[in-house]
Design a protein around this ligand. Structure first.
Ligand code: SF4
Ligand code: MSK
Length: 651
């Protein structure tokens, strides 16, 4: 019997990026399967996609397909226990929020632990680097920065402040009473709204645990009440775990400021030792950078026949190292297997989140050392090396990894293919640098953001973020949504893999303004020398977008709540549970948020209407879904125009 050849992806249909197309074709020629091919040969479950498959007990899975042509009359679909489509979809949705919020927040907890070690001076590898930022966040955690001595106000000792900040921050994950301290950083009107709705998070862990309880078989069976808890946990992520992760990382490693770098797989060098770091934790990779850039290691690499060491990043570890050190970005989420398929990846060092298990299978076909570093993220395949990272031995761990990578350079085959494509990018933005570059404040001069929104040169602000998804053409949605926005004078704040996609397309340069922007936005970008798309960092750094929106509100002239602003959010190619948590904390903070690809709500139309219509009456923000990138951006622009009209600043 003839064996049927596996279905393969058409490289030109799989990605808009030439390097990705070339490496995918190479993988197919070598008989190595990648996520692009698996997406062709394995189709998703239609019922699961619609959010209406429940497997929360062993009487299921109970599948409630929506009848063809929709529901006429009463929707009487139910699982064995009687759970309705709305209950099942809401339970599934908030379990995704729990997954996403826990990923961001557990990462934040690790950072807080390292921060405390540094504050206690238990480790030589980490120090409190950015004392200005420490002093800026301390009051939000109720930590005094001055002290009264003999009736005189004096600056408090920095080490003492750091220690107290670390201890108070750690308590946010599990304190027994009260509410998350950072919630008060939001505009007052928004804080009061959350209070009235009863969704102020108590502590980070508790909100996530309560989702797991309430979605257990036979507990909460009211989709609105389930979403209330989903909201509380999502807020605990955005204004809690993620915001603490961002702030503590800034204090430990430095607040990012704009810098120049490069993006795409073309940053890898044939004659260098290529070390690719991938995942989300800057805690180890920060030390890896220092070690890889040390003269000792550069000399060792030269001894072994290489010209030097090239570091590159994938996903949000990439974004963290780019923002603070200008380390070039090698790849988006969907290109991770391809980085190994170049044949030039001497080591891939992975930490947590967005790491495909198939990396181990691809690495087997090449000389690449695949190194896991985190105790909670190991791989079962026997070619994977685990070097567990510990902040107390950070330097030794990093040296071991870099040396192992250098030693592996000699094991390369002759089969190196690095696609010759890379772009220049200006990254490293944050609330502080947006303010600095646009007039040093948010309102009152020719350059400031609020004034330019009011006078209409900038039509509005969009936060465009999120992953790649193998069910849609790689980077196509990201780039087309962003281009449509900037063409219509909407400035874009970006993070995650959207930022990497935009960088690969050359949109993170001031020069992109003249080519792609409407006249108002182009004028501003050219005058102050910023790109029309501002890279704000990693997934946890979406908290920077919340704070940027808050600063715009506080500066005045554009209403008194985030939901008053001409602002919209987007994740054109999302795939992870983290994206649902991010989407929901944006919605609950008052932002109209459009997702691409699909939403796991279509099988429960009443629930879908609740989050995409009714929710606006509660929080001022709502969900939407639009697969077509241009229509997607146009929906955001229509919302921005509606807000401009309500503010009375329409041209
Ligand atoms: Fe089915 Fe109810 Fe069990 Fe879910 S909880 S699997 S709907 S019986
Ligand atoms: S890395 S969560 S694929 S953005 Fe943060 Fe990219 Fe999404 Fe991972």
């Amino acid at each position: 019997k003839a064996v049927k050849a596996p279905k393969l992806a058409d490289p030109k249909e799989a990605s808009i990026d030439l390097g990705t197309q070339e490496l995918l074709a190479r993988a197919q020629k070598l008989g190595i399967d990648t996520v692009f091919d698996r997406a062709v040969s394995m189709k998703p479950c239609a019922i699961g996609m619609q959010g209406i498959c429940c497997k929360n007990c062993s009487m299921g899975p109970c599948r409630l397909p929506l009848p063809k042509g929709g529901i006429e009359g009463e929707d009487d679909r139910k699982g064995l226990c009687g759970a309705t489509a709305n209950t099942i979809a809401a339970r599934n949705f908030i379990r995704m929020i729990a997954g996403g919020a826990s990923a961001h927040s557990d990462h934040g907890r690790c950072v807080a632990e390292v921060f405390l070690s540094a504050a206690r001076k238990e480790t030589e590898a980490y120090q409190i680097k950015d004392t200005e930022k420490l002093l800026a966040i301390a009051p939000h955690l109720g930590v005094a920065t001055t002290v009264e001595v003999d009736g005189e106000t004096k600056d408090r000792d920095i080490d003492e402040i750091a220690l107290e900040v670390g201890e108070v921050a750690m308590a946010e994950w599990g304190k027994p009473s009260g509410e998350l301290l950072y919630m008060k950083r939001a505009p007052e009107a928004l804080y009061e709204k959350w209070k009235k709705q009863g969704v102020l998070p108590r502590n980070i862990d508790r909100e996530i645990v309560e989702i797991m309880h309430r979605t257990h078989m036979g507990v909460d069976q009211d989709y609105k009440n389930l979403m209330k808890q989903g909201t509380r946990a999502a807020l605990a992520d955005g204004w809690g775990g993620s915001m603490l992760a961002t702030d503590l990382q800034d204090v430990l490693f430095g607040t990012p400021y704009p810098l120049q770098s490069e993006a795409n797989l073309g940053i890898m060098k044939e004659d260098h030792v290529n070390i690719i770091v991938h995942g989300h934790e800057p805690v180890l990779s920060e030390i890896l950078v220092a070690v890889a850039q040390s003269q000792e290691m550069i000399d060792y690499a030269k001894e072994k026949g290489a010209k030097g060491i090239q570091l590159g990043g994938i996903c949000c570890t990439a974004n963290e190292l780019l923002q603070r050190h200008g380390i070039p970005t090698a790849a988006t989420f969907l290109q991770q297997e391809l980085a190994i398929i170049t044949g030039a990846c001497d080591a891939m060092v992975v930490d947590i989140q967005c790491i495909m298990q198939n990396l181990a299978n691809v690495a087997k076909c090449f000389h690449t050392k695949l190194i896991t570093t985190h105790p909670i993220a190991k791989m079962e395949q026997d070619n994977v090396i685990h070097i567990e990272f510990d902040e107390h031995h950070a330097l030794e761990d990093a040296k071991r990894i870099v040396k192992m990578s250098i030693d592996n350079f000699a094991n390369r085959g002759t089969d190196v293919v690095i696609p010759p494509y890379k772009t220049t990018q200006i990254a490293g933005f944050g609330v502080e640098s947006i303010q600095y570059h646009l007039g040093g404040t948010f309102r009152g001069t020719y350059y400031t953001l609020n004034d330019n929104i009011i006078n209409g040169r900038i039509r509005g602000i969009a936060g465009v973020v999120g992953c790649n998804n193998a069910r849609t053409k790689h980077n196509d949605g990201h780039v087309r949504v962003v281009k449509e926005l900037i063409k219509n004078d909407v400035i874009v704040l970006t993070t995650g893999c959207n930022a990497i996609a935009c960088a690969m397309e050359g949109l993170l340069t001031p020069e992109a303004a003249a080519v792609h922007c409407g006249p108002g936005l182009a004028e501003i970008c050219e005058t102050v020398g910023i790109p029309p798309v501002l890279h704000l960092g990693s997934c946890v750094d979406n908290s920077r977008i919340l704070l940027a929106a808050t600063e715009v509100v506080k500066a005045g002239g554009l209403g008194n709540d985030i939901c008053d602003l001409p602002v919209a959010g987007s994740a054109p190619e999302w795939m992870s549970e983290k994206a649902i948590s991010i989407g929901h904390y944006f919605v609950a903070s008052g932002v109209y948020t459009v997702f691409g690809v699909t939403l796991p709500t279509s099988g429960a139309p009443v629930f879908h209407d609740y989050i995409s219509k009714e929710m606006e009456n509660i929080y001022g923000g709502k969900w939407d879904l639009e697969v077509d990138p241009v229509k997607h951006a146009q929906l955001m622009i229509a919302h921005i125009d509606k807000k401009r009209k309500e503010l009375g600043i329409d041209k």
